[in-house]
Design a protein around this ligand. Structure first.
Ligand code: SF4
Ligand code: ZN
Ligand code: ZN
Length: 326
C-alpha cells in the first residue's frame, strides 16, 4: 500500500486538499491554513500594521479558526485583538457557546466582551422573533449586526473580523445573483471600507478563501475548543443550505470551483457593480434615535425596539451598561 506523504516535509500525511492537489501532515496543514489567511489579508488589503481588530466569535469552528489564525499572525501584523461574543439566549445551545468562550479566554489569556441579548432586550432572539412575527434568523442577524457595530464604534477599532468562509461567500454570490439583489452583491467583498463619519468600521473576512472542511479539520487537529451543536433555529430546508450543498456537489466533481467562483466574481463582476451602483457611503446617515449608521431615518434596530414596545433610551442605556461592565 502506498502511504501518502506530506507535501512539505515528507512525513506520513493526514489531510488531502483536492483543490490544491496536496497532502499534508497535521502540522503542515495548520501552517498552510495560516499561510493562506496571511495571503488573503495581503491580497485583499484587509489589515495594516498596528490595526486593532474586533473578532466576532460565536464559538463555532469557523470563528474559532478565525481567532486562532489571527492570534498566530498578531505579532507579524502588530494586531491589537479584541473579542466579542453575543449571547443570543438560545437555551442549551447558548450555554455551550458560552462555555467555549470561557475556554477561549483561558487559552489565549484574553477577556472577551460578552453581550447578553436577554439582558438588553428582556427576551431571547426566539421570543423577539415570535413577538414581531419575523424569522428568528433575520432578528438574530439584525440584533447581532447592531451590537457588533455599536461595540466596534465604542472601542474605536480599525476593523471588525467575521468568520465567513469560502463556502459562505460563494453561497451568497449565487443567492444574491439569483435574487438579483445587486446592491447587496456589490457589498460582498473580503474587505468593506468603513464609514467613520457615521461610526461604521471596516469589515473584513480573513477566511474568505478557506473552506468549512478546512476550518473543521483545523480545529480538530489543533484540539481547539468549539461548539459542535447546531443552533436549533437552523432551517435544514433553507435556500442558503441548499445552495451550499449544490456548490459542494460541484466542488466535489471539479475541485477548486468555489475558489474560482469567488476570485472571478471579485475580479470581473464586483468592480462593474461598484462602478454602476456607486460608493457604499452614499445614503448612509446616523439614526435619528440612536445615532448608529442607517440607510433610512430610523435604523432597523430602533424600529424593532419600538415594535417590542420598549423605550429606546432604556435599551440604549442597557447596551452602554453591558459594554462598560464587560
Ligand atoms: Fe442566529 Fe439563525 Fe444562526 Fe441560530 S441559525 S445563530 S438564530 S442566525
Ligand atoms: Zn509535514
Ligand atoms: Zn437606531
Amino acid at each position: 500500500m502506498v502511504v501518502a506523504r506530506c507535501h512539505r516535509c515528507g512525513a506520513s500525511a493526514e489531510v488531502y486538499l483536492p483543490y490544491a492537489r496536496m497532502w499534508f501532515c497535521s502540522r503542515h496543514f495548520t501552517e498552510y491554513v495560516v499561510d493562506r489567511v496571511r495571503s488573503s489579508l495581503k491580497r485583499y488589503g484587509m489589515i495594516k500594521l498596528g490595526d486593532s481588530v474586533l473578532v466576532c466569535v460565536s464559538g463555532g469552528k469557523d470563528s474559532i479558526t478565525l481567532l486562532d489564525v489571527l492570534w498566530c499572525l498578531r505579532d507579524e501584523f502588530s494586531l491589537d485583538i479584541k473579542v466579542l461574543h453575543v449571547d443570543l439566549g438560545i437555551g442549551e445551545y447558548s450555554v455551550k457557546c458560552r462555555e467555549v468562550i470561557e475556554k477561549v479566554a483561558e487559552r489565549y489569556g484574553i477577556r472577551p466582551m460578552i453581550l447578553y441579548v436577554k439582558r438588553i432586550l428582556g427576551m431571547d432572539v426566539g421570543a423577539i422573533a415570535r413577538r414581531v412575527r419575523r424569522s428568528t434568523c433575520s432578528v438574530c442577524g439584525l440584533v447581532k449586526r447592531y451590537l457588533i457595530n455599536y461595540v466596534a464604534d465604542v472601542l474605536d477599532v480599525s476593523a471588525v473580523a467575521t468568520g465567513h468562509t469560502l463556502d459562505d461567500l460563494t453561497m451568497y454570490i449565487l443567492k444574491l445573483f439569483i435574487t438579483q439583489d445587486l446592491t447587496q452583491l456589490s457589498r460582498l467583498r473580503p474587505y468593506l471600507e468603513g464609514v467613520p463619519e457615521v461610526g461604521l468600521r471596516a469589515r473584513i473576512k480573513p477566511l474568505c478563501e478557506i473552506s468549512e472542511f478546512e476550518t473543521s479539520t483545523y480545529v480538530k487537529l489543533l484540539g481547539l475548543p468549539h461548539v459542535v451543536a447546531k443552533c436549533p433555529y437552523i432551517n435544514p430546508e433553507s435556500i442558503d443550505l441548499k445552495i451550499k450543498e449544490f456548490l459542494t456537489s460541484l466542488e466535489d466533481r471539479s475541485p477548486g470551483l468555489k475558489l474560482s467562483l469567488l476570485r472571478n466574481y471579485l475580479r470581473k463582476l464586483a468592480p462593474i457593480l461598484m462602478r454602476y451602483l456607486g460608493e457604499d457611503k452614499v445614503g448612509i446617515n446616523r439614526c435619528r434615535i440612536c445615532s448608529q449608521a442607517t440607510s433610512g431615518e430610523v435604523c432597523s434596530f430602533c424600529r424593532l425596539i419600538s415594535k417590542l414596545g420598549l423605550e429606546p433610551e432604556e435599551v440604549l442605556r442597557r447596551i452602554r451598561e453591558e459594554v462598560l461592565s464587560s
